[in-house]
Design a protein around this ligand. Structure first.
Ligand code: FER
Length: 403
């Protein structure tokens, strides 16, 4: 018996040591560390490296001027800082500023190669790149909405619906609010759309959408609602790695992007959701919002189905980019816009960052709205085309719904 116990114990130790080894990138390296004074330290062990850098949206951006096709333009690139090599080949960088509460993405560059932080288990995929995640949450700050708290949680499901347009089943991520399973109540529905290269997972990973919803609903700031995260790539069944293509490489260059088929097929999704969930199946209880391409989809859905959504949110929307002749969805824009506003939408909400490459397009669109006396709500933030902004917009938009 003793031998068996000993054997079992040594097996256990062996297994756990092995499992640890598989996860362990090197002894004694802790990264990232949020220090007492609010600075953050990043460490990376690379005894043979010549140069180790960190880049991410926790750093101030830097303007980069580029020339493309004979045209000069500048964009906001993430800042980069060098780590210094210390004992044991452990490189280190500590910010010389307090890192403001927020959720950040960062990567290391080791001799020019982009790598995630092997000592940080928390990783996100954004299209075809992996980034390490740093959450600096602080009570009373917006970033607290991105953290998980001991509040009632909603249920997040991966749900397949039959798409007659696509000719195959497609996947949605569906959030039902805490209490849904036990109640008989009907709920309003918010549809949330991703950008180019994104999928039905993007908003719940990068966007922290289900944490934001749990927290806003628990505090009473938002009404309980069903939230549907669609896959806006109509040629795709589900997120990369989750569809019949196997572990194919995620790409921004998918067929049938922004050519009208997704919008044409959208009623299939609404019909499926209204059939499967206890929804309040009417305009006043439906909202739609999206980032970038999803903002473009949001506008086109709102205009083409003026009886479908009372609330629309355009986050850094890719507007003014479509060829009006490629799809009936994109034709007669001005007439549809007038019809949409004649239908008295409860809210058209627009958010954009000051350095977003789509800033001017959004400004131009708002001028058109102003010229016509069409009402909307606008939020302008610092920074550009990044998730940091889209999380802000979602957390501003959701409390305004279904009131
Ligand atoms: C464009 C600008 C932006 C465009 C698409 C986008 C197809 C979408 C960006 C995104 O979803 O992040 O000119 O053309």
């Amino acid at each position: 018996m003793k031998r068996i116990v000993l054997l079992a114990a040594s097996l256990l130790i062996g297994v756990s040591a092995f499992a640890q080894q598989a996860l362990y990138g090197g002894p004694g390296v802790e990264s990232p560390v949020i220090n007492e004074d609010g600075t953050v330290t990043f460490r990376y062990r690379a005894p043979k490296a010549i140069k180790v850098e960190v880049t991410g949206d926790f750093l101030p951006t830097q303007k980069v001027d580029v020339e493309f096709n004979g045209q000069k333009f500048s964009y906001d690139a993430p800042g980069v800082r060098e780590l210094r090599e210390g004992p044991g080949g452990v490189w280190e960088y500590t910010t010389d500023f307090v890192v403001a509460p927020d959720l950040y993405n960062y990567t290391f560059r080791v001799d020019g190669d982009s790598v995630i932080d092997p000592h940080n288990m928390w990783v996100n995929r954004d299209v075809a790149s992996l980034t390490s995640v740093l959450l600096v949450a602080k009570a009373g700050e917006r970033s607290d909405l991105y953290a998980i708290h001991r509040v009632p949680h909603g249920t997040v499901s991966k749900v397949w619906y039959p798409s007659a347009t696509a000719g195959f089943d497609r996947r949605l991520t569906v959030y039902t609010p805490a209490g849904y399973e036990k109640s008989k109540a009907k709920y309003p529905v918010l549809y949330v759309l991703h950008g180019i290269g994104g999928d039905e997972d993007a908003w719940v990973t990068q966007g922290r959408a289900t944490q934001i919803l749990d927290n806003l609903i628990a505090s009473g700031a938002a009404k309980p609602m069903i939230v549907v995260f669609t896959n806006g790539n109509i040629s795709q069944e589900a997120a990369p790695g989750e569809n019949s293509m196997g572990y194919d490489r995620p790409t921004m260059q998918l067929p049938q992007t922004m050519e009208g088929t997704f919008e044409t097929a959208f009623p299939e999704i609404v019909k499926f959701i209204d059939g499967r969930y206890r929804t309040i199946a009417k305009k006043a209880s439906r909202a739609v919002c999206g980032l970038s391409m999803g903002g473009f989809h949001t506008l086109n859905l709102s205009l083409n189905y003026p009886d479908m959504f009372a609330y629309s949110g355009m986050f850094s929307a890719a507007i003014g980019v479509s060829d009006p002749t490629i799809s009936p969805m994109y034709m007669d824009f001005d007439a549809k816009l007038a019809k949409y506003f004649a239908g008295k939408p409860a809210l058209l909400w627009i958010g954009c960052g000051k350095t977003d490459f789509l800033y001017q397009a959004n400004k131009d669109f708002m001028k058109k709205l102003d010229d016509n006396g069409f009402k909307y709500t606008y939020m302008e933030t610092e920074g550009g085309h990044i998730w940091k902004n889209w999380r802000i917009y979602l957390s501003e938009f959701v409390p305004l719904l279904f009131k």
